[in-house]
Design a protein around this ligand. Sequence first.
Ligand SMILES: Nc1ncnc2c1ncn2[C@@H]1O[C@H](COP(=O)(O)OP(=O)(O)OP(=O)(O)O)[C@@H](O)[C@H]1O
Length: 257
Amino acid sequence: MRLIIKDLCHRYDDLVVLDGIDLTVQEGEVLAVIGPSGCGKSTLLGIAGGIVAPTSGTIAVAGEVPDGCLNPVTFIFQDFALLPWRSVEDNLALVLEHHPLSAAERRERIESGLRRMGLWDFRKALPKQLSGGMRQRVGIARALAVRPAMLLLDEPLSALDAQTRELLMEDFLALWQRERTTAVYVTHNLDEALRLADRVAVLSRRPGRLREIVTIEEPRDQRLEPSAQAHLAAVRDRLWHLIRAEAQLADREIADA
Ligand SMILES: Nc1ncnc2c1ncn2[C@@H]1O[C@H](COP(=O)(O)OP(=O)(O)OP(=O)(O)O)[C@@H](O)[C@H]1O
């Protein structure tokens, strides 16, 4: 599925947050969005997912959805957004509840989501009994259970320690290798963007404007190879150059506020 954003502007009362964003996310593409704190990344994602109505501009989706897709555009959040009183499997069941599925199909979706994320043995556990990384795996399994056409990820790894982040990045890589689900991935972390994205959209400080879209040419599965490092270092330098001054200014604005 493709996402097409045209001349998007958004204000919260007098606060202009996004200004004149034109962006197309291609079918099967992973687009990372980076930019200073408060520049409107989460707002952009919320608008793309239809949970925030933009002040002006248009958002459209186009293209095929996978067989059995129940929710074409699906979020994965930083704080996992699990119901603490429900077991792991019941958190997955929740997103299937209002869909006309047979009991067997419901079970199959839950089981396949849990198995793919290595959670089958933990299906009866409550979220509080799991580590942060496992909780986010539940969040991912829950998103996969609806067979989405597009994933909107809002800093999905930022609450996790470095090792767990690394493991979950491998999970995302395997996911995108297997399913080619279109994704918009908001992050503060350049390493995540460099590892996971096809292109990186850089927003300015608020009001967020699209400064540049940087393409990462190296195939995702070769980015740890020594031969990829020169290209990735050049992309990193470019991205850092773009965000550094904006981040410093945004920091000062926050400190002065
Ligand atoms: N519902 C809201 N009502 C009013 N202001 C809001 C609302 N949501 C966000 N904002 C403000 O809009 C601006 C952009 O917020 P947003 O969360 O989209 O930015 P962000 O780039 O995702 O930030 P961060 O990187 O810190 O997560 C911020 O100044 C924020 O305080």
